[in-house]
Unconditional design. Structure first.
Lengths: 180, 180
DNA sequence: AATGGCATGTAATGTGTTACATGATTCG
DNA sequence: CGAATCATGTAACACATTACATGCCATT
């Protein structure tokens, strides 16, 4: 069985073979807003994927005490990835600390409650600006409109990020009005 | 330190003292779409909250091999909850298996890719219908518009759920067009 | 008499974060 | 020469899921 993180790594390696270190940075940059992982989780997962024959590595130098490993998909790994893509999507288990706070908002005075909403709005505004910068960056690449190009898929996930944040900002307005 | 789950439980107990079993069902019904937890996680967490003085229990019978316990907030627990509400919101770490799939969508043929989007749409449509039923239910209670009533806060979180799903459905249209 | 809901717990395993540990290369 | 970046790993801990375990009470 391949974990969600495993599928994330296979997906990145399908784009381009690379090192665990660079996978860590890629996840931080490209996937962080929908799937986060630290290097301490990524290195063992790569080892497991290799043990199960989904990836293989070649040593490409040694910038430190240990060898630098370049990972790539095996034919089997690629097959497993494509198969998974077509399976039924597992329902998202949301864990939203903001909604957790809001679910107890009735305990606060009006002004304090509005302050909470204000903080949510600020955080969302920042996120939205970030995602919109990402989107502009990706749109400047011609391949962004080609459904078989990796950047197309990345652009699509950023679009969802943007729409999520816009929805959240609209919701802040809705809530704020009701607290007026 | 109180965990996120701890805050969720304190929030529910602030509404009404009750048993661990009913907290499990409440979370499943009212919070599941933004904070999920099984009973095997809830019982130990209640014990920890009690050890730290945030809740206390009284035995109210024994519908089984062990005593049935009714938990309620202590003054200290209520204070801790209200204080946490006003703290800076921790940025949501998204873990969205749907976006994980979409980030590798470029690997698929056009028809297969559209099928993936179709499955996402179906799931979202179902969710939206569910949340809209919840919303209608809550709106039928007069207190739903009173910001100091618990049902107001629940209604607000459902509103966010509805807006999220609508945003996701719109995004499915956006994606589908680009895959046409 | 069987089924389902009420009720509480533990054990094993899986997933994710923080902290510890090491050392080469490159740029200023 | 110092700082940042490249690079890989392990250990300890926290959080979450699945499976195991028990037994009363009410309804059909």
């Amino acid at each position: 069985m391949i974990s969600a993180l495993g599928h994330a790594l296979l997906g990145l390696l399908a784009r381009e073979p690379t090192t665990g270190y660079r996978l860590t940075r890629l996840m931080d940059r490209d996937l962080a807003y929908f799937w986060a992982a630290k290097h301490s989780q990524i290195y063992p997962e790569l080892a497991r994927l290799e043990r199960d024959g989904h990836v293989r590595h070649t040593v490409v130098g040694g910038a430190g005490p240990r060898p630098t490993k370049r990972y790539e998909l095996t034919a089997d790994g690629r097959r497993a990835l494509v198969e998974w893509l077509a399976t039924e999507p597992e329902p998202t288990v949301e864990r939203d600390p903001t909604l957790l706070r809001v679910s107890s908002l009735w305990l606060l005075e009006r002004e304090a409650a509005r302050a909470v909403v204000g903080r949510v709005r600020r955080l969302s505004t920042e996120r939205l600006a970030l995602y919109e910068r990402f989107a502009a960056e990706f749109d400047s690449e011609p391949a962004a409109s080609d459904p078989t190009a990796p950047v197309f898929a990345t652009r699509a996930t950023v679009e969802m990020g943007i729409r999520s944040q816009r929805a959240r900002l609209d919701w802040c307005d809705w809530l704020d009005q009701r607290l007026a």
